[in-house]
Unconditional design. Sequence first.
Lengths: 231, 300
Amino acid sequence: MRRMVPMWIAIIAGFAMLLSAFFPMTESLGETFGDVFNVVAAIAFILGAGSLAKVNLAKVSRRDPGWGFAVVTLICFTITIVVGLGKFGVPQNPQFAALPWSGEKEAEGGAFAWIYAYALVPITATMFALLAFYVASAAFRAFRAKNLEAILLLSTAFIILLGRTFAGVVLTGWLPDWASGLRLENLSVYIMQVFNTAGNRAIIIGIALGVSATSLRILLGIDRSWMGSGD
Amino acid sequence: MKTLVAILEKLDRRWIFLAMALAVAGPILIIGITGKTLPETPTPAARAVYNAIESLPPGSPILLSFDFDPGSGGELLPMATSLVHQCAARGHRMIFIALWPLGPTLIDQTIKKVIQSDYPNLKEGVDYVNLGFQSGNEAVMKVILTDFRKAFPTTKSGSAVSTVAAMKGIERVSDFPLLITISAGYPGAKEWIQYVVSSSGGKVKMVTGCTGVQTPQLFPYYPAQLNGMLGAIKGAAEYEALVNESLAPKDHSAAPNPKYLEAQRRMGPQLGAHLLMVALIILGNIAFFAARKTKAGATS
């Protein structure tokens, strides 16, 4: 029963969405399932929050390696959720002045906006910026011209790295118009539009075929791995 | 030479980190002090984005979807600024939505920075509106194909969308002559193409601004399904230069406001970082081949 019900929900919803794409008379059915999906997606946020709390609380209680980070996660999670739901410091929305708590949780001056501006933004920006340092270190240690494939990869990397900056213009801007295709900035565009597009299209078509096959297996109830082990 | 190779072989990665910090900090300081930016020549993909907005008659409704979060703000906020700048200057109606939870705050930031600051004549709810975030990823796209208000029944501030003047004449997503998505991943430009552009039978025209990681993945869709594309900070800088050039006074008497030069300013640190990467790859290979030669000499 625990496996049959989800499987039939997936089969009915899947076929409804599939048919709605081809037959106009079933369009509204597809929309209904689309609405249901949106409601489920919203509820999944609550499920996600519950799962995050459960996993981290278990980590702390077992004193797993790195349990201190789980404590930090739980503290930050609790503060953010309380501040967001409680709308601390949020000014009243002038459109709905008579209603309490009508202000937006992200409104300027509120505690949630403060967390966003002074914690979330700097933290995420720092994480992203760190990439530059690790990529530089990897470039020094890993990019070796060991064979023909590696040489091709390195040559492409040089063209893209230089062509996507002003260095490309400085190095090859002197080339005459009839040889403008060899300018680094043009070469980088050519590589992206021709070689990259050809490779990516092959990957996209391959993925699409794989997705179609897997979807069909799920819709026909052959593949049930998406439901987990059932333990 | 031997000493250099020995140093390179044992180089602590903290020296590389320091070199990267200097390669990025140097141009930031120089551009910050002088205020000068590097020149940009727009590629056809960036020009196509500009033309797609410019070719619409003033007052056209444009759907702008902010599908990113602050983590990608360094790359994507400058292009969001320029896109809104051009739309506002052309007098288009801007309808903002977000499929990422943190998108609405970024929309508010951009509205404040561009529209409320430089276009005070544009009225909220009439010339632009923020409809906020909707969960559901592709399912939201499927719903707005047939009924836009079902997915976005209220504005971010809580007003019913049916009472918003900016939404006049909009029943479904194909009523927008142009869709702009600023995309950092999933859901983003790729899903918009697959679920909206393709399903609409070509009725929906779309342009995108995306991160560097997404750019190669989106090139296969350009220019058929995707009418224009701004790839990473380079694309943003090219487009920014185009918009600034078109909105500058004819005698070029006034320089653009620094907030409209953010992408071009970031091309300086990008140049420094890329040159360092090239130098590191060359140095790494010198060390590699020298070590291989020494090893071969020792075994023979």
